[in-house]
Design a binder for this molecule. Structure first.
Ligand SMILES: Cc1cc2nc3c(=O)[nH]c(=O)nc-3n(C[C@H](O)[C@H](O)[C@H](O)COP(=O)(O)O)c2cc1C
Length: 201
């Protein structure tokens, strides 16, 4: 973990259900002045799932479509096929990476070092450079292959952070459920959010 809040984030999204979690995560990092740069990658399957869950149309201005804005100040999209992108190298100063949501396919490739596309390569770089890597996995029920791969990823240094939201703060809406989850992930990588719910005991 860097000794400053992460300024340079890599955010990847893959073809698991839960695109709304990505949307709230990106809205929060877009707002957060501590974050200067976000490199964002979507797998092809993520585009398919986002079309279902967020009603996205086509690939143009993808980040703007997810955020519901014209464009983003700091979120730069990278092509998943571009294994020569900045974040493919350990020399690039990425502070942390979050995969949200993380499919079982992407989990399997990361856990087994299969780095043929940019998402898996950037994750591989995080693990080799001992940088925080958070995998917001989603599938249910889990088979033994999924469970083994979660163990392998955790054993290699990743945080397995399943898309399992909390309810004890009595959320008033689906957006509140999802936003608090995104805030918990941000706090985990050193970016606590001022309006996050805090348990007072
Ligand atoms: C609507 C929809 C929902 C899906 N939900 C999940 C899911 O929750 N978890 C999962 O592991 N795969 C899910 N899949 C399957 C993945 O998209 C598929 O395995 C894909 O190959 C993953 O590719 P990627 O890891 O490159 O994104 C879903 C597919 C669709 C079309």
């Amino acid at each position: 973990m860097p000794n400053h809040p992460p300024q340079n984030l890599t955010v990847a999204t893959t073809g698991a259900s839960g695109s709304l979690f990505l949307k709230h995560f990106l809205l929060a990092v877009e707002r957060d002045s501590r974050v200067h740069t976000v490199n964002f990658i979507a797998s092809d399957s993520a585009l398919r799932v986002m079309a279902e869950e967020l009603g996205l149309r086509g690939r143009s201005n993808l980040v703007g479509q997810i955020l519901g804005r014209k464009s983003s100040r700091k979120i730069q999209q990278q092509a998943n096929a571009d294994i020569a992108a900045n974040i493919a190298s350990g020399s690039y100063p990425a502070d942390a990476m979050v995969v949200i949501p993380c499919s079982m396919g992407t989990l399997a490739r990361i856990a087994n070092g299969i780095a043929s596309q940019l998402i898996e390569r950037a994750a591989d770089v995080c693990l080799k450079e001992k940088r925080p890597l958070v995998l917001c996995v989603r599938e249910t029920p889990l088979n033994k292959i999924h469970i083994r791969n979660m163990y392998r990823a955790a054993d290699a240094g990743a945080t397995v952070y399943p898309l399992i939201p909390a309810f004890y703060f009595r959320p008033a809406s689906l957006d509140a459920v999802v936003r608090e989850f995104a805030y918990r992930v941000l706090a985990h990588i050193g970016l606590p959010q001022p309006d996050a719910y805090r348990w007072k005991g």
